[in-house]
Design a protein around this ligand. Sequence first.
Ligand code: FAD
Length: 436
Amino acid sequence: MEETKESMNDVLIIGGGPAGSALGCYLSKAGISNVIIESGNHPRPHVGESMVTASTRIFDEIGFLEVMEREGFIKKYGATWHAPSNHGKVSIEFREFPQPGIHQDYTYHVDRSKFDLLLLKHAEELGSTVYQGMHVKEVLFEDDRAVGVRVKLADQEINLHAKMVIDATGRSTLVGRQLNLIKKDPLFNQYAVHAWFENVNKGKGELADHIHIYFLPVKRGWVWQIPITDRITSIGVVAEKEVFMDSRLDLEEYFYKHLQSNDNLARAMRNAIRINEFKAEGDYSYSMTDFVGNGFMLVGDAARFVDPIFSSGVSIALYSAKFAAERIEAAFDKNDFSKEILQPYETKLRNGADIWYEFISLYYKLLPMFTLFIQNNETRLEVLELLQGEVFDRESVPVLEAMRHYIKVVENSENHLFKEQLSDIPIPENDEEDIH
Ligand SMILES: Cc1cc2nc3c(=O)[nH]c(=O)nc-3n(C[C@H](O)[C@H](O)[C@H](O)COP(=O)(O)OP(=O)(O)OC[C@H]3O[C@@H](n4cnc5c(N)ncnc54)[C@H](O)[C@@H]3O)c2cc1C
């Protein structure tokens, strides 16, 4: 059955992850009818389980904060980083840096199957029409204007039309692949192996609810420890893909080998028991050349993905939904769905994601500098501000400038203590003037 244009929808959102569902919420609140088409059937597992505090602002705006509180997700009060040896560690607490508009000093760790289901249901309650188990095969274009999607349902294919189409397909990057917009990251080619465990020794008191990051002595190597419930902990080993390829180990051997290369991690995992299968994620850093076009937009991971070291992904997805909704409203107000009308969204999202990217690059360039900046009273709060997700609408980010300067000093000194630890990451020229 071919749908006719008379039954045209306002907005079709492809993908019911955090970006798609949050966008559905914002649009319904603005009185714009929307349909979310999700190929999976929630609840479904997903990587990306630890949040940053800036997400709370979005939850509050879309009326979802009370659901987060009610459902008893683990509260995340801070983060702790562990050196590979000597049991050295450094911690931050979110309460040190209160954020405007956010009235709690914690964020959440989540089981994504539960979180994504709740957010999609919330979007439905606010007015989104939700179809699950429906795969979008392609976006339909007339000339260069997106006009709908072709979906596969059982053995049928149907065209659905809309005034606007949103790609929220995550790392499936439907539109990016269809229009050949993907620019693979020139620096990062990370590979992650992860699973859930019981009996992890998470430490005592507040530290038990922190995310723990353990540095590994391999290229851009680290491990995440994220409490999912009181019983279950998510553990993921991340490093450059070549580390995995060169090891010639299978997932399990590779995973356990790296657990032994950080003292604190080995101790935390001494009695751990794995409770689900290992999963691997690769090739995940990229940016699309365009986030908008005539009649379409890309939100969340479908637009851009930066290395997950600072747990930025879900927050970028949520803010992209907010910023996309602002421009979609403008487009409907003017009855103009052109690329030009939507462009401010791209600028805003790109600038914020670029700040994350620069922070991450500087971090990997010189790991001990990060610890130093956290321990220094003059820079600590500015680092916290970034770690808590305050990257959007920034005029400038002085702490990143200070980090660049520090790296230059180390590079130009003959005998600097950290000289040996400079990595091969090229630091792009200062593009602060590019922040619009
Ligand atoms: C190794 C790793 C670790 C990470 N750790 C963290 C972390 O700790 N914290 C954090 O915030 N983020 C983390 N992330 C990032 C996080 O997973 C993503 O940024 C986040 O899930 C993006 O949300 P999204 O809605 O854009 O995409 P997704 O959550 O991927 O949702 C996309 C949805 O689209 C659906 N879909 C795909 N194709 C189609 C189609 N053709 N038709 C219909 N539906 C479709 C999918 O089924 C899916 O439900 C991590 C990522 C990786 C790879």
